[in-house]
Write a protein that binds this ligand. Structure first.
Ligand code: SF4
Length: 68
């Protein structure tokens, strides 16, 4: 299963089965990645560059970017 979130410029793809809940994304960019909220990703809470930077640090590859 893949879940997609977009801000119109980029789309973040999340694959929950791969995520090993290290929490890096939540710690590094909490306005965007907040597991206490539904949906847990808010693509309007930071700039595209900030989101790309944090997605690229996801250790499992559960988060990835698609350019729109
Ligand atoms: S950084 Fe990646 S592996 Fe860690 S919680 Fe976020 S999505 Fe899951």
């Amino acid at each position: 299963m893949k879940v997609e979130y977009t801000n119109g410029e980029i789309t973040v793809v999340w694959q929950p089965k791969i995520c090993h809940h290290s929490g890096n994304c939540v710690r590094n960019l909490n306005p965007v990645f907040d597991t206490g909220r539904v949906p847990w990703v808010d693509m309007n809470a930071a700039s595209t560059d900030e989101i790309i930077s944090v997605v690229n640090k996801c250790p499992s590859g559960a988060l990835s970017i698609k350019q729109n």
